[in-house]
Ligand binder design. Structure first.
Ligand code: FAD
Length: 331
């Protein structure tokens, strides 16, 4: 199991060795991928999966890395990033997009073709595949409402089509989260609309997003799923946590549901802050917050950190975990 053999057998595929994932993630954190692989075609992904399975390599799939925290130790084995698979085609009211196409771009192309139904997605920074995996949504819309079918690659290496029903979409969830299938292509069916009305809706949603979300900082969007009967941001605000800084990460002063990277944060800063928020909210409200963001990869080894994460330091000094942390303002 060597990267040389992989490179030898896939001479036309871009494969980067020991590549820092912080250059790809929206939080700008995360350790290196042993092998970061950039396929361009569906059949290439299929051949890669068959090869990697046969060689017993662990495989991780990345889209636009906008809903991920990759731990500081990085990802072992093969990481397949699908962003080079980004072709979009439109025929009448049907849009077919390869998995790595940016959802924002698909939404824009729908507007250009006077097709309505994807206005809600005009500011969601994921790829099509990531949007399917998460059933991404905003402002009352979800991708499940406009998806007709998804072409997937099973981990056995077969390319098959799944209907919308077979994807079992629910809130921020799809069948992909259990099946481990890889989305390769998505077919959207939209309705004909009026261009000026589509634009008006997109402008309105863009205004709402830019005025409410801390888009000027790296982040992974809403960290937590919305718990039934509550608003996460309000729970965090009411608990007095908004603005809290942990290492280089901060609970956004603009939107308490976001954690922003204000000063070279590590993934460990993010993860410890998330744990702290969960602990406080559970103690104060009995609400168990569930992360929307996916946390993947490996911790840094104790040798690499010298055993000194911020959490360990706080424990060692026997001070309450956050007592000495200043509340910094973002701007
Ligand atoms: C500023 C900001 C605002 C955001 N606003 C919203 C919002 O309004 N609504 C919303 O729903 N989300 C929002 N998000 C989160 C994020 O953009 C979405 O969850 C998006 O759908 C993730 O897509 P991605 O390509 O970035 O996936 P990634 O982060 O790359 O991956 C997420 C998960 O999907 C899996 N995955 C990715 N591609 C595939 C594939 N092709 N096949 C199988 N599995 C795959 C990965 O393995 C991983 O487990 C926001 C994020 C940011 C940073």
């Amino acid at each position: 199991m060597t990267i040389e053999k992989l490179k030898h057998d896939f001479p036309h595929t871009i494969i980067k060795e020991n590549e820092p994932l912080s250059s790809y993630t929206y939080t700008r954190t995360g350790g290196p991928a042993d092998a970061l692989i950039f396929p361009k075609r569906k059949e290439e992904v299929q051949a890669l999966i068959k090869w990697l399975t046969k060689e017993d390599w662990p495989v991780t799939i990345l889209g636009n890395a906008s809903n991920l925290i990759v731990k500081d130790g990085g990802i072992r084995g093969a990481t397949i990033i699908l962003t080079e698979m980004n072709q979009i085609t439109i025929k009448d009211n049907v849009i077919t997009a390869l998995t790595g196409a940016p959802l924002i771009e698909v939404s824009k192309r729908a507007y250009s073709a006077s097709l309505t139904g994807l206005e809600f997605a005009c500011g969601i920074p994921g790829s099509i595949g990531g949007a399917v995996y998460m059933n991404a949504g905003a402002y009352g819309g979800e991708v499940k409402e406009v998806i007709e079918k998804v072409t997937v690659l099973t981990r056995e290496g077969d390319i098959v089509e799944r209907t919308n029903e077979e994807m079992a979409f629910t809130y921020r969830h799809s069948k992909l989260q259990e099946s481990d299938d890889i989305a390769l292509e998505v077919t959207f069916v939209l309705k004909e609309g009026k261009k000026e009305e589509i634009k008006e809706k997109m402008d309105e949603l863009t205004f709402l997003r830019t005025s409410k979300q801390p888009l000027e900082y790296p982040s992974c969007g809403s960290v937590f799923k919305r718990p039934t009967g509550y608003f996460t941001g309000k729970l965090i605000q009411d608990a007095g946590l908004q603005g809290l800084v942990w290492g280089g990460a901060q609970i956004s002063t603009k939107h308490a549901g976001f954690i922003v990277n204000i000063n070279n944060a590590t993934a460990t800063d993010y993860i410890e802050l998330i744990e702290h928020i969960k602990e406080v909210i559970y103690k104060e409200n009995g609400v168990e917050l569930e992360t929307e963001v996916k946390i993947i990869g490996e911790d840094l080894t104790p040798e690499a950190t010298g055993g000194s994460t911020l959490l360990n330091k706080a424990k060692e000094s026997l001070t309450p975990k956050f007592s000495q942390i200043s509340l910094a303002k973002e701007n």
